[in-house]
Design a protein around this ligand. Sequence first.
Ligand SMILES: Cc1cc2nc3c(=O)[nH]c(=O)nc-3n(C[C@H](O)[C@H](O)[C@H](O)COP(=O)(O)OP(=O)(O)OC[C@H]3O[C@@H](n4cnc5c(N)ncnc54)[C@H](O)[C@@H]3O)c2cc1C
Length: 256
Amino acid sequence: MAEIKKTKAVIMENELLCDGIYSIWLKEESIAKVAKPGQFLSIYCKEGSRLLPRPISICEIDDEKTMLRIVFRVAGAGTNEIAEAKKMDEIEIMGPLGNGFFLENTSNSILIGGGIGIPPMLELAKNLPGKKQIVLGYRSETFLVDEFKLYGEVIIATEDGSIGTKGNVIDAMREHGITDGMIFACGPTPMLRGVKSFASEHNLVAQLSMEERMACGIGACLACVCKSKDKDHHSNVNNKRVCKDGPVFYADEIEL
Ligand SMILES: Cc1cc2nc3c(=O)[nH]c(=O)nc-3n(C[C@H](O)[C@H](O)[C@H](O)COP(=O)(O)OP(=O)(O)OC[C@H]3O[C@@H](n4cnc5c(N)ncnc54)[C@H](O)[C@@H]3O)c2cc1C
């Protein structure tokens, strides 16, 4: 695994994609050169009262320009501060964190993203070979759709039915008769639970990326454990640390 660096990055671009969703390109050579799809960054706030870094997935990696892209929703004070950063501002980051997706040799993949779990699927879509069906679930307003279309067939579900299937990603997969391929998914826990049971119903292998609340980001504090099938060698209980052992797990490794 690549060495984790705590370092300063320079904001090269900060764009509002849609209501409350921002896209930021960061210039930072040492992380961009080694990061993999599905890994994440810990982003530090300047405001001293917000001590803990905010985990944000890597949406795109440009190792030639040595840049990393993050796409995030303003959820509270920390992400609000990051959203206000201006071009050429410096920001402290740590990464690359987590294990990322396992790029198995598959000719047929189903990529599933829900809400703010959509961004990390973009770098994965770029890296996976073969046929890709990309299922994206939104509340209402969509983002990143045209960028995903460059890499595969895009299927959309919205909760309010304004675009695509009315409902969630599982409803969209059933409507489009998707039943075959290696599943890669990131999104809220109820969505991952649905994906896990869809995978077992169709006898498919699934990799799930979990967005558990976390503190240290490097496996030391055990704030982000999830229930696992096997005992963790670190804590000797049926737990896995989402930040270090994950955030990506095979569906049959974890209980949801
Ligand atoms: C591995 C990982 C990758 C993530 N990737 C992204 C991403 O690519 N884009 C993105 O927009 N968000 C992502 N998140 C969620 C993001 O970390 C939180 O939204 C952020 O930390 C909130 O910080 P805040 O100070 O703005 O809000 P806070 O004031 O700390 O919290 C505001 C609200 O956000 C919720 N929240 C806080 N932390 C998390 C968390 N870790 N996960 C889920 N909800 C949280 C709280 O429950 C609360 O309702 C990721 C989380 C993890 C663990």
